[in-house]
Design a protein around this ligand. Structure first.
Ligand code: CS2
Length: 487
């Protein structure tokens, strides 16, 4: 027992088993749990099968925590796959180094402008792109963007991309491929637009060069990876008698669809042999992205707000609640599936069934509170696009409207029992003030619908009556009665 052996930190650390990692070919911005449990594993497997110098230099934009945890164990970590039948462990050794941008911006820019680096991938979360979620355009008023326009040592992810590309152009090098792996709509085009807007502010010639030479393939990424908790670190140490300060936990399922559009090779290959490990390389990611953002992330967010307000801690607990289980199945069938065309050959009803089973996986304790974070950045691509497309076809969406109403209650900062909610969102302060400043359901809904960073005027107008009813009903009758009334 761990208790008898002392703290897990007293155990020997995990260490490299497979020899040194390949030379670096990728810089990854935002080395969080998701990329370590998804892209990094695919890339490691691809190099094991087909070779290539595709070691990864990870970058944390702000916090030194990941570097401090990984550096004493030579940047290796455990990926724990949690299936319904138990756990499987893999030691991931593809990360060579972790840099902390706030501490040493020059080291990050130097790594990104190294000729060996052919790909800069990103998981910096929705808000990390410093854009306006409603329009997808760069938010020029963002303090980090204002800083980055004027300074060669940037703060933001778009700033790092532009300043590193500027260095490469000056050195006569080709650009790197920008591989965004965040859950944003049409993510490649969106990031290209943001980078070009920022580059144009700094140097129009640089923008022209990026536009002509740069590549920004779109991607769809999927794997459920809950945040690692201290008790996960402890139980792994207990299981293995080795201490890993930063393991990742993930479900068995994974999917990666990538638009095959990389900067042509000038040393080695343009990308790892992703096809060898099941990555789908396609010409157009859009149907996959619609399927994933609407079917998975749309219901994840809906279940997160309604589940949280119903008192559920995790998604697995939420879908074990029969009322919420019926709710999410109806949401797929009646409101989400009719809103888009699935990718060729996909049985979309089967996809929904598989999602339900993934949510119910008891090994994955994915907190509703974690998914509820940053709703202002997530709602547009997860829920509002679906609503817009249904409204255009004259279909009502009581389930999605109730989810938006639950988000409105959530960001008001008080749950249905009057307890304070720890709301994490870049707009948290503004949303709370708007909500608390209005006297009644009508006023609160109208005030929040007025936030143009999230809702365009047309959608706000169309949603208002049904949303006000759903909000008032949730407040008066609670989650269960409201959802039962929908069913
Ligand atoms: C989740 C996603 O935290 C969230 O908002 O909806 O991280 C989700 O688990 C992944 O996109 C699954 O691929």
């Amino acid at each position: 027992m761990l208790m008898e052996a002392g703290l897990p930190g007293d155990l020997p650390r995990i260490s490299r088993q497979k020899g040194p990692a390949p030379r670096a070919g990728i810089v990854h911005l935002g080395l969080g749990a998701f990329f370590r449990a998804h892209g990094a594993i695919y890339i490691e497997e691809a190099t094991e099968i087909s070779g290539g110098n595709w070691g990864i230099i990870g970058v944390s934009l702000q916090s030194p925590t990941m570097r401090d945890q990984l550096s004493p164990q030579d940047f290796v970590y455990t990926a724990e796959e949690l299936g319904p039948e138990g756990a499987k462990l893999r030691q991931v050794e593809i990360v060579r180094e972790v840099l902390v941008a706030r501490e040493n911006p020059d080291a990050v820019l130097a790594a990104m402008s190294d000729p060996d680096i052919r790909i800069v991938s990103l998981t910096v979360t929705e808000k990390g792109y410093c854009h306006d979620p409603a329009t997808g355009r760069l938010n020029r008023a963002h303090p980090d963007i204002r800083h980055d326009v004027a300074n060669g040592r940037p703060l933001s992810a778009p700033g790092y991309l532009v300043r590193a590309l500027q260095r490469r152009k000056a050195a006569g090098l080709p650009p790197f491929t920008v591989l965004t792996c965040d859950n944003l709509p049409d993510n490649g085009r969106l990031v290209k637009g943001i980078v070009l807007e920022l580059a144009r502010e700094i140097d129009p010639e640089l923008a022209d060069w990026i536009e002509a030479e740069g590549r920004f393939p779109a991607t769809m990424v999927d794997r459920i990876v809950p945040a690692t908790k201290p008790e996960d670190v402890e139980s792994l140490a207990e299981k293995t008698s080795r201490f890993d300060a930063a393991p990742v936990l993930h479900e068995p399922f994974r999917q990666w669809v990538v638009e095959d559009d990389f900067v042509p090779a000038y040393c080695g290959n343009a990308r790892p042999d992703l096809a060898a490990v099941g990555v789908e390389l396609v010409g157009n990611v859009t149907p996959y992205e619609h399927m994933k953002l609407r079917m998975l992330n749309g219901t994840h967010s809906s279940l997160a707000y309604l589940g949280y307000l119903a008192g559920h801690e995790t998604i697995a607990e939420t879908v074990a609640d029969p009322v919420l289980a019926v709710y999410v199945k109806n949401l797929w069938r009646n409101e989400i599936i009719p809103s888009f065309t699935p990718p060729p050959g996909v049985d979309i009803a089967g996809y929904a069934d598989a999602l339900f089973a993934r949510y119910a996986n008891p090994g994955i304790r994915h907190r509703t509170w974690q998914i509820a974070m940053d709703g202002s950045q997530k709602l547009p691509q997860r829920i509002l696009g679906t609503l817009r497309d249904n409204l255009a076809e004259g279909r009502s969406c009581p389930g999605l409207v109730t989810a938006v109403a639950a988000w409105m209650i959530y960001v008001g900062g008080t749950d249905l029992k009057g307890k304070a909610i720890d709301v994490r969102d870049p707009l948290a302060g503004r949303l709370k003030t708007l909500s608390q400043g209005a006297p009644d359901a009508d006023g609160k809904v109208a005030a929040l619908l007025g936030v143009r960073d999230i809702f365009d005027a047309g959608l706000a107008e169309a949603l208002r009556p049904a949303l006000t009813d759903a909000y008032a009903r949730l407040k008066a009758e609670g989650v269960h009665k409201s959802l039962e009334a929908l069913a």
